[in-house]
Structures are given as C-alpha cells and as structure tokens.
Design a protein around this ligand. Structure first.
Ligand code: GAL
Length: 688
C-alpha cells in the first residue's frame, strides 16, 4: 500500500461517515416529535439487547413516541472511574429511532455506582442523627458535596458530548426527584458561608432572627447550627432557602455542561413531586426550560380537584405547559393499598393531564426489572414481555394523542383567576401549625376547588408574579409576606384587581419574623381593617352573612374594621365569647379594585358561596359554560381556536349541551351536545 493510499483511505472513510451521518440527521430531523406525546420510562440496561426491538415495536404499536432512558444507569455508563461506556445507550437510542420513538435522557446521578461511594465516602449523605447513607438504594448522595458534583458533571458532560446533537434526543432530565439533603459538617460550613453572604454581619443576622430570645445570640458564624422542624423561625427558613439554593446549584452544575454541549432544541427539565416542599421549586425551576412532574394517585382514585390543583401548581413553575413525565400504569407499589385505577380511569387521567396543560404523559414504567425493589409496580407489559390488560387502554390513548396532537399543538392555558402559593408561607405554617390539623396545602385546595368549578381554569403562581392579567387573585395562607410581594399586591388592587386574602395571611416578614403590624401587615391600611386575634378551634364556630350560614373549622380570626368604607361580609355566632358577633370576613373597595380578608376556615358550602361572590364581583366568567356536577372542563387556547377537554368523573353517564357547535376531535363531526359515559372524554375544538 502506498503512503498516499494509506492516508487517503481513512480520510475517505471518515468522509463517508460524516456524509452518511449528515444524511441520517437530516432525514431524522425532518421528523420532529409529535406535539402531544405519549411516553414510558424504559430501562434498556436491564435487558439483553436482543429484546430491545420487541419492546420498541410494542411501544410503537401503542402510539408511544417517547422513552425516558438512563436516569439510574450510572454503573452501566461508567463501570469504572473515568471509563465510560455509552455505546449501548447510543444503540438503544438508534433502536428507538427506528420505531419513531424519541428519547429523553436522564442523568443518572440519583443512583451513584458502588465504586464511587466506596472510593469517595464523603459523597454519601449524612442524616440528621449523624449516620452516613449506604449503597443499595438510591438518593444516597450528598447534594452539597464538591466531589459528588465533580463526578456528576463529568458524567453529564460525557453524555452531552455524545448525545447533545443526536436528532432523536429531544430533551434532558437532570437527576430524579430531588429530595434528600445532608447534615454533615461540611454542608453545615457551606450553610454558614451562605448565611454570611446573605446577612453580611452577625449583628444583622442576630437582629433579624431576634436571637436575644433564649440567648441565641451568635458571635461567630461557625456557631450557627442546622435546625429543622423546631427552632428559631429565621434559622429554619434560612436553612430551607439554603437547601433550595443548593439544589439549584447542584442542578446548574449538570445543566451548564449539558447546555454547552447540546442543541438548543433539546430541553432541560427535572421531575418534581407535586406539592412536595423539600425545597422552593420557584428557585430551582428558574434555570430549566420546562417543568415536569411525577403524577401518582397511590391508594384510591383520581381526585380531579386535588390532582388538577397539582397540575396547575406545576404549570405555574414556568407559567407555561409542562410534562407529566411519570404516571402510574394502573397502580403503584408504595401505597398502603396499591389498588388499580378503574378501567377507563387511566385514559381519563391522561386527558385530565392534557386539559391542565400537559404536552406529554409518560408511564412509569414499561416493564418491571426481574429483580429490584419495585417488582410489584404497575407496568405496560408483564414479566413475560407481553402486554398486560391496561396496554389496550394506553394504546387507545396513544391513538387519540396522535389524532388530537395537531389540534392541540401550540395551545396553552389562560386563566382569569390566580391563586398565590409560596413555600415560605407553607413552611412557616407547618413549623407552627397552632392547630395540628391545619394543613396549608388543604387550605389552598379549599379555595381552589370551588373557584376552579366556577371559572373552569385557575393558575397557581408565586406572590411576586405579574398579576395584571387576572380579574381575581386569591392568597390563602400567605403567611410570609415579603416587601416585594406586598408591593405587587398593593399595585394589583390599586390597578383595579380583586385580591382575596385567606386566613393566616400577612403575619410574617421575610425572615419569618412577626410583622411589626398586625395581620395582614403591610396591607392593613389598604384593607381598612385587621386581625385582632387568631384562635385555634377545637369545635367549629358558627358564622353567617353574605355567604349564608356555616361553620368555621380549625381556625378563626377575629377581624376589625377601621375605615367606614370597609364592609363586614360575615360575622361569627356564639362561641368562645371573644368571637361572638365579631367580623369573620371583611372587604373594601379601592378605586376600581377591591381587597377582601377571610379570617375563618370556611366549610365547603360557605366556601362555594364565597367563591361565587368573588367571581361575580370580579367579572370572572366560566371558560366553557355550565356542566353537570362531576364533569371537569378544561380549556386550551391556540392562535385561531380554542380546545375544550371534557371528562366525566361523576360516576354516571352525563349529557352536556355545548354553548355552540364544536368539532369533536376524537370522534369527528360537528356537535352541539355530547354524552359521556363515566370516565368518558370529549375533546372539542371551535374557532376563537
Ligand atoms: C417515582 C420515581 C420512579 C419510580 C416511581 C414508582 O417517584 O421517580 O423512579 O420509583 O416513583 O412509583
């Protein structure tokens, strides 16, 4: 062989390789993922490669167009330190591609390999009682540990370099369900540094935490402990803020390296857990492209109100459409009773997700590993590799998603009502419940349910979010009220909005200290009234007024009015003497706007009346029109059209007459009424 030939041959073959990969990419890129995606979690590392194609063919047959892959496969990706093997993953992605299945890659950092934690034991988290976690489960890593971050980043970098331009990879999930933190001395030192950066001087910290109380005064940063659950309220809140910032930087450590090595078309997300409050999701989500959550019913059946609120909470993280990146195929393995959802309920749930703004629904998981902790969990195929009964229902969803996808493409939710939600407030109430039955999340849902039923669309957003687009803003339990949020609320009311504050609002300041004014603190003068005293209740307290007669449960705040134009809406009846005949809800018109304070925990009937009043007073209209009770309506807007998703959760068949003729997207034809069996679904579109 001549020298020129030997140089030429590799050159030629790499040219051929480049050309063929260019052709392949342009062919693949011509196919973009469907706008409404059905997916599943798939673990190719658990199966022989010879099985992959059969699995993918069954997925394709079910209309599944997305697999999430890799999120627990670190030991397979890096069997020894620095020794990466991603070829199998490359082959798995290519195999999926052949079946028109797109891939979301999970970084595997929720499950470090044994060699890693053996060699670097400092990467294992330490629990509050000082015990170091062991290998053998997952989430045993320390999220604050620099070595763990270094190892995670290297792994994410390898993955991104290899797959950041792969046409079949549409996005990334970083880690899996951030949750566990560490209480080791190194993390504590980081917390102390964080405090120093936030408070500047110990004098400032001591003043803002009122450490004169119980001789808590700190004279050196390294004296400051970690406290959780019970402790100085300023310290407790600071720790949770540190935890949140540390999750953010933990995520950013991987996110930056993925972004630097991937196409912008690939999104980056992480999977959250609904109302889980182990960190402030608004802090962590700000760096992501999209929110995604794991929607599990567990024991029992889908509660469309509670689950709908959770969707709306998740949609509020980025204030745009989101993914349900995990959901149960019938049942789970971790509840007290792992009952199955009924026949038809899984389909209804998938459409309920879409109605609330999900653009993807993905089942966890495709098939149970033959061994491992989750053998009993619901799946789409059995241990023999053939479909389980639910597969047919999921196939129906797959076909429907394919049909409805083009109609739903580019549509999103627009609401006239917003509910304000803040982690600071939920934590603050939870640390000092005052009535152990008081659950701030239940408080939010108690307002959400009747408001959602009237408006048929509600956003759940943080208190500093822009509010001008809403006709009605409701803040149940906005216990911690920062100056920024207070300004936002005041200008909303002055601009003509109706703000309703629920019980326990406006009590605390930014450091979880008491406001120096009584509740609702900086909003007292706008309201022309205030909370004179709060009472935890052992017995319900009667009240009556504009919203009829009812009972306050768990909690009652005695209100007073200062200004003549502040109106009393409800008054307590006879109870502990203090509350007898005193105001329970007050309201004041402010120019074109209004501010209302509700000091009682309203029973459901009264809350329904209160919600009706709030909606009428604010000009809130139902998104669709009236529907029989138990039928859920959702609305998604496109540029030219509006799409409604109607689901019958009432238990019996229901006929719904439509406010105008609409196209039945799933069944075809123009309709003026639809009849839905229990769990029946209609997707209807009409021009704007
Ligand atoms: C989720 C988790 C999955 C799987 C699932 C089972 O919390 O992200 O990996 O364990 O629960 O329901």
């Amino acid at each position: 062989m001549t020298k020129s030939m030997s140089v030429c041959k590799p050159l030629l073959s790499s040219l051929v390789l480049i050309l063929s990969s260019l052709i392949l990419s342009s062919v693949l890129l011509a196919q973009s993922p469907p706008p409404l995606l059905l997916g599943t979690a798939w673990y190719p590392e658990q199966w022989p490669e010879s099985r992959w194609d059969a699995d993918l063919a069954l997925m394709q047959q079910a209309g599944i167009h997305m697999v999430r892959v890799g999120e627990f496969a670190w030991s397979r990706m890096e069997p020894e330190e620095g020794h990466y093997d991603l070829d199998w993953l490359d082959r798995a992605i290519a195999a999926a591609g052949k079946h028109s299945i797109f891939v979301v890659l999970g970084t595997p950092t929720a499950a470090p390999p044994a060699w890693l934690t053996q060699k670097y034991p400092e990467t294992l988290r330490v629990s509050e009682d000082g015990r170091r976690a062991q290998h053998g489960n997952r989430q045993q890593f320390n999220w604050a540990n620099p070595k763990y971050r270094e190892m995670s980043r290297k792994n994410a970098e390898q993955m991104a370099k290899r797959f950041g331009h792969n046409p079949y990879v549409i996005g990334w999930q970083i880690d899996n369900e951030y949750a566990e933190v560490s209480f080791d001395p190194e993390t504590q030192a980081q917390f102390q540094q964080w405090l120093k950066a936030r408070y500047g001087t110990l004098d400032n910290l001591n003043a803002r935490w009122t450490t004169a109380y119980w001789s808590q005064t700190y004279t050196a940063w390294d004296q400051i402990p970690i406290q959780v659950g019970y402790g100085n309220p300023g310290l407790l809140l600071s720790w949770m803020r540190f935890v949140s910032d540390t999750w953010r930087s933990y995520q950013k450590n991987q996110l930056d390296v993925i972004r630097a090595n991937s196409d912008p078309r690939q999104f980056i997300t992480t999977n959250t857990m609904g109302w889980f409050d182990g960190y402030d999701h608004y802090t962590v989500e700000q760096d992501l492209d999209m929110a995604a959550w794991d929607d599990y019913v567990g024991e029992g059946h889908l509660d469309p109100v509670r689950n709908g609120a959770t969707h709306d909470l998740t949609r509020g993280f980025k204030q745009k459409n989101f993914w349900v990146i995990e959901t149960q195929p019938g049942f789970v393995n971790w509840a007290d009773i792992n009952n199955s959802l009924d026949k038809g309920e899984v389909r209804a749930m998938a459409w309920h997700d879409v109605g609330h703004g999900a653009d993807a629904v993905s089942y966890w998981q495709w098939r149970s590993a033959l061994n491992g902790q989750e053998q009993y969990h619901g799946t789409l195929i059995g241990s023999d590799g053939t479909p389980v009964p639910l597969y047919a229902e999921v196939t129906q969803v797959g076909k429907e998603f394919e049909k409805a996808g083009p109609v739903l493409a580019g549509t999103s939710i627009k609401s006239e009502v917003a509910i304000l939600h803040s982690y600071d407030s939920r934590w603050a109430i939870q640390w000092q419940k005052h009535n152990n039955k008081y659950n701030p999340q239940d408080e939010i849902v108690s307002y959400y349910g009747p408001l959602r039923a009237i408006a048929q669309s509600v956003d759940i957003i943080p208190p500093a979010a822009p509010l001008t687009r809403y006709k009605l803003v409701v803040a149940p339990g906005l216990n911690v009220l920062s100056d920024t949020a207070a300004k936002n609320l005041i200008s909303y009311v002055e601009g003509g909005g109706h703000l309703v504050l629920g019980q326990r609002s406006g009590m605390k300041h930014d450091d979880n200290s008491l406001q120096s004014e009584r509740q609702p603190g900086p909003l007292v003068s706008l309201l022309g009234g205030r909370v004179e005293q709060y009472y935890a209740l052992t017995q319900p307290v009667p009240f009556e007024g504009k919203w009829g007669r009812g009972e306050s449960q768990l909690w009652a705040e005695l209100l007073s009015t200062k200004d003549n134009d502040t109106e009393v809406l409800m008054r307590y009846g006879q109870s502990n003497g203090w509350l007898d005949g005193q105001p329970a809800a007050i309201t004041r018109k402010v120019g074109k706007g209004r501010i209302t304070y509700i000091g009682a925990w309203l029973d459901p009937k009264t809350m329904a009346e209160a919600a009706k009043w709030m909606a009428e007073d604010s000009g809130v209209k139902p998104a669709f029109g009236s529907v029989p009770s138990g039928v859920e309506v959702s609305r998604r807007y496109g540029a030219q059209s509006v799409v409604y998703v109607l689901i019958n959760f009432s238990g019996t068949p229901q006929t719904i007459s439509l406010p105008r003729a609409m196209t039945d997207v799933l069944e075809g034809g123009s309709k003026t009424a639809v009849t839905l069996a229990n769990y029946g679904v209609a997707v209807l579109s009409a021009p704007l």
